[in-house]
Design a protein around this ligand. Sequence first.
Ligand code: F3S
Length: 649
Amino acid sequence: MGQTLTEKILDDHLVEGELEPGEEIGIEIDQVLTQDTTGTMVWLQFEALGLEEQQTELAAQYCDHQTYQFDFKNTDDHRFLRSAAGTYGAHFSRPGNGICHNVHKENFAAPGKTLLGSDSHTPTPGGLGELAIGAGGLDIAVAMGGGAYYVEMPEVVNVRLEGELQDWASAKDVILEMLRRLSVKGGVGKVFEYTGPGAESLSVPERTTITNMGTELGATSSIFETDEKTKDYLERQNRGEEYVELKADEDAEYADEVVIDLSEIEPLIAQPSMPDNVVPVRDVAGTEVDQVIVGSCTNGGYEDVLPAAKMVKGREVAKSTDLIVAPGSKQAGELLAREGWTAEMMAAGVNVSEATCGPCIGIGHVPASDSVSVRTFNRNFEGRSGIEDDSVFLSSPQVAAAAALKGEIVDPRDLQDELDDLDAPGVELPDKYDASKADLIAPDEAIDDELIKGPNIGEVPLKDPIQANIDGEAILKMGDNITTDHIIPATSDILKFRSNIERLSEFTLSRVDESFATRAKEADGGFLVAGENYGQGSSREHAAMCPMYLGIEGVLAQSFARIHKANLFNFGIVPLAIDEETYEKIEQGDDVAIVDDVAEGVESGQEEFTVRINDDWEATATLDASERERRILTAGGKLSLTKQQYEEE
Ligand code: F3S
């Protein structure tokens, strides 16, 4: 039987296990990336392992999430990251050079390689045939130490694209259609492999918009086969020699198939406050819009900003609406500036911003209270924009620019009927992506050869080996779809403590219950209770590290999001699955005790544990963990285990 493209790349990198869906496999990692909010901890963890050089083919440290320097803490972090990249042999991308996924795509992503990144949208370079997976920072530190990355072998689903996109429909609408059909849980445990004539019709930047936002489906990764379009893109980036032709075998068997006819796709929009709350733009036309932002790792490329620039050229943004354009990378920004598009946008009333994640996580351009914002981003979870009860819509750059011109949501096809000289802008690549690399510092240009730690860089917390008896209070009961943003908000006032766990942990779950951190400390250990899909969203490992620091021993949830569940293991917190009845019955404040000897049970492979509540009733909780995850839990977390292993070698 033939192999899918995903299986071929995994097979080439396999160091442990078999390619059977659901089985845990270990793979060799060629490239790693990390960004500023996760990177400080990655390097502190790498330092704790006691190695001298990072061991992968290529490691890259980006500064993109929090690039505005409100006080010394961010600047100190950036200096620490530069010193760590220099000391251990990684590329360093300066603040302002752009978003990790955009800059990585432009400079380093290559077909057939494996990439592990401490950011949930790491799968972006799947559009170039790279198998890229988002993981916790600790996994990155271990990969940089030469260790394998362990993941459940995903099911490979074929997304067959037929036909071609019509005017005003875009790659963003294709992934919004996937979300409309499959929901934010539809990709869990899966890799989406895009094939067919429709896939061939899309340029690499359009493909990377789709692979980027596959993360919102919960997918392990998304990937396209490589072809002339991939080769052409790499040549335009002056990296033609890195092209490799990669296809699935003709007789490859997929776990499932989704068929989308691109010619039937129309402009779509995700309504507040979930990326799968998708409707045709026409259904919400007329909604007044206060703010529009074009940018992010999904739609911040040259090819994304250019259509918006063409649409506003020679016109004016509606007086009632602010239009902000933040290119995803300095390369995109420089090309747009050289070609005169930045001036055209400024003349039209656009606020042109620096290349940063910024507003995507509520840092800068926070919407006004009780206002509507239309963004080309990938996430619109409630409060993520920096204000509670926000109203954020997600769309393509074309739909966003149309809303900015009209001051209200409008199907761009209807706007075209109103404005006689408005043409569908299409997608256009520059002849060459010839832009400066002044903001990328290669390992052989390193400025520092030792770590520089400012006062806000703390210690890495370590946990003791797992105990036989685990009991405590159900300190907080939450609902479904709790995101890592709920657990540790990524806003600037909080994220500035990302390298200082003692301080950062004070904000744990403050969005759900302001008193949580204080109560957790007072209770001195205990449990969290949640509904379905606990920990969805970003890969932020602080969302496991801070609860661990506060003494949380276990999470009882109906189901867990993949990356967060791995992070719970990595920080020694036991993730136990409970059924709906138990979830409904258990109350916040209940006394919870695991009846079995937990240390022995975890080590021996026990799957079902008895949980006793208030000494009154009992329920069964399931631990779904591989042998390796059990070893990690037993040691008190992955850092403790890896340290033990290096010390033994
Ligand atoms: Fe940055 Fe938002 Fe992407 S935070 S990495 S632009 S999802």
